[in-house]
Design a protein around this ligand. Structure first.
Ligand SMILES: Nc1ncnc2c1ncn2[C@@H]1O[C@H](COP(=O)(O)OP(=O)(O)O)[C@@H](O)[C@H]1O
Ligand SMILES: [Mg+2]
Length: 586
């Protein structure tokens, strides 16, 4: 079949060559191509002859018997079977963590460091003051340093945090933070080790009266354990904070996916942070000043909401609970389940409320699981989410872009799979933003900009699905609108459903897409009013200018017709101008 189709293509090419007599130089080229094809055609059968020759050559020789294939039985296979270390896995699959190319590796490393600094500062109630330095050592070798004024890290924890994957403080809790999995900064260090062989360098201090510690360490990928080469006390002028330095193979590029763009976007969504950035091509620091001295509201840790829980998780919870009976387990370990609601669930499931949770059978757990879905339970509370807020979004947008019009919307919290979340939208319109280009769409999850996989993200899906034409913007079919606008969308949640470990796009949960669309529509309506008003004013000015132009001629005409003097003519000019002005104001 394949061959047939190749042949067909060839004849097609010949036909088209016949149809279009090429120009002279073109003909030459075509001739070359043809001859090339002929050569190739000659070469192919030559292969067969080579094979024949080789067969003749070998005919005289003795055929060497192939070694019998050694099949591995269960015992042999058992010898090969062993635990895979998580760091070994991610070292092989570093693309899963956002290290699939050198420029992305640079961005991911900066991002992981800055995320941690912001998280640590906010948890400690400190206004973040973060320094990002990128130094180019060779063509494709860089040293990145991220320094913060956070609470610092306790000495004993440093090796585990930086020398072990899946080690962190945020995975086991339901609370809004930038990091989740406990693989961010350690993965960046591991990538640095893989590509340059250099260890991660950490300097940290937890208070004015405490020593500053300097560490140099690597991850032993086979064991997923740290190997420390330097651990000493150093002098450090910073009273509290952490500095992480990683050397890695990378590439520094401008554009939408660049570190420069990331720093600009992160400062936009974190107006309480001061960021000082030193790019590799300049020794000068770029300051992104603090726009607000308000820290984001402290978020509460929440228990899982029963609506989102899977059967397996429920069974595990019943096994691990400290509660004495099923009723207190349900009301104590879940959010929004009162003693009465717990009783209701038990009744519906036909499971005794006094049953010991650990003794509950699988069938009972299943009945409880079904009963939970049928019972009316309050939505999760919103105090676990920290929105940026409409005022701060406006202030940040104004600091970022010069536009004619700004709008912002913070929606009420909603729920997907039992997880509370909230959508915010900011919009800047006009100014010197490009008229012909698609709008700039800035996507954020828990205040972290998402720069890759725009097409795969729920935010993009919602933005494309919104009918921007009814909001006075042009929009090609199935694409983002075109016009001088910057739109930022922020999703804040205790658990952001990323489409992959590298945290680049938000999954398309219908509840999330719907909330984003409603936020965009709200901003769309406001910008439409502004655009219409502007158009009306422009139309009116045009009309007025046109009429104004002919007022002296009208007065002259009247002077002739009615035999007026100059004074009367001037009065007519004045009156007509006055009437025009009045009608504009009406
Ligand atoms: N700059 C920092 N200051 C204080 N603590 C930090 C800092 N960086 C990392 N940590 C701690 O190290 C843990 C692991 O970080 P990381 O590997 O990035 O995973 P994650 O951020 O997903 O938890 C964090 O959970 C936090 O407790
Ligand atoms: Mg992190």
């Amino acid at each position: 079949m394949a061959r047939k189709s190749v042949r067909k293509k060839k004849t097609a090419k010949k036909k088209s060559a016949k149809r279009r007599p090429a120009k002279k130089p073109g003909r030459k080229k075509a001739a070359k191509k043809k001859s090339g094809r002929k050569k190739a055609a000659k070469r192919r059968p030559a292969k067969k002859s080579v094979r024949k020759k080789a067969a003749k050559k070998n005919a005289g020789k003795k055929r060497v018997a192939r070694a019998p294939v050694q099949h591995a039985d269960a015992e042999d296979q058992a010898k090969q079977q062993r635990q895979i270390s998580v760091s070994e896995f991610f070292a092989k699959n570093s693309h899963l963590l956002g290290f699939d190319n050198p420029s992305k590796a640079l961005l991911t490393t900066v991002k992981e460091g800055v995320d941690n600094s912001l998280d640590a500062c906010e948890e400690a109630g400190i206004l973040p003051d973060i320094g990002v330095e990128i130094e180019q050592l060779e063509e494709s070798r860089f040293r990145i340093a991220i320094q913060d004024n956070g609470p610092g890290i306790v000495r004993a924890q440093v090796p585990k945090i930086f020398g072990r994957l899946l080690y962190g403080s945020k995975f086991h809790r339901l609370r809004q933070s930038r990091g989740q999995q406990g693989i961010g900064i350690s993965a960046a260090g591991m990538y640095g080790l893989l590509t340059t062989g250099r260890p991660v360098r950490i300097t940290t201090r937890t208070g004015r009266n405490k020593d500053a510690h300097r560490f140099q360490l690597i991850i032993d990928t086979q064991k997923n354990e740290p190997r420390v080469s330097v651990d000493r006390v150093v002098k450090w002028p910073i009273h509290h904070g952490t500095r992480v330095e990683i050397e890695l193979k990378a590439n520094y590029r401008g554009g939408q996916h660049s570190v420069d763009s990331y720093i600009r976007q992160i400062s936009l969504a974190n107006p309480h942070a001061k960021i000082t950035y030193t790019p590799p091509d300049s020794s000068e620091k770029i300051d992104f000043p603090r726009v607000s001295k308000e820290l984001p509201p402290p978020t509460q840790e929440v228990k899982p909401h029963p609506y989102g829980v899977e059967l397996g998780v429920l069974m595990q919870m019943l096994r691990d609970t400290k509660a004495r009976n099923v009723k207190t387990c349900l009301s104590g370990d879940f959010a929004r389940v009162s003693a009465r609601t717990a009783e209701e669930i038990c009744k519906l499931a036909d499971v005794s409320p006094t049953r010991r949770p650990r003794e509950a059978r699988r069938s009972e757990a299943e009945k409880l699981h079904k009963a939970i879905q049928k019972t009316k339970i309050m939505n999760p509370s919103a105090d676990c989410i920290a929105p940026i807020g409409e005022t701060l979004i406006l202030r940040a947008l104004k600091a970022e872009v010069e536009a004619d019009f700004y709008a912002s919307v913070t929606r009420r919290p909603a729920v997907y799979r039992g997880n509370p979340f909230l959508i915010e939208v900011g919009l800047a319109y006009g100014g010197d933003m490009g008229i012909e280009a698609p709008i700039s769409l800035f996507r954020y999850a828990n205040r972290v900009p998402l720069q890759y996989q725009q097409g795969a993200c729920a935010i993009t899906k919602a933005a494309i699905a919104t009918d921007w034409r009814s909001y006075q913007l042009q929009q090609p079919r199935g694409a983002l609108p075109v016009g001088p606008a910057l739109v930022m969308v922020h999703m804040a949640s205790v658990w952001v459903p990323f489409t992959s470990e590298s945290k680049e796009a938000i999954a398309h949960y219908p509840e999330i897409v719907k909330e984003i669309r409603l936020g965009l529509q709200e901003c769309g309506r406001r910008v439409a009013t502004h655009i219409r008003k502007g158009r009306r004013a422009a139309d009116e000015a045009k009309k007025r200018a046109y009429i104004e132009q002919y007022i002296p001629q009208v007065a002259l005409g009247l002077e002739h017709i009615l035999g007026l003097n100059e004074k009367q003519r001037n009065k007519i000019v004045k009156n007509l101008s006055g009437v025009l002005e009045k009608s504009r104001k009406l």
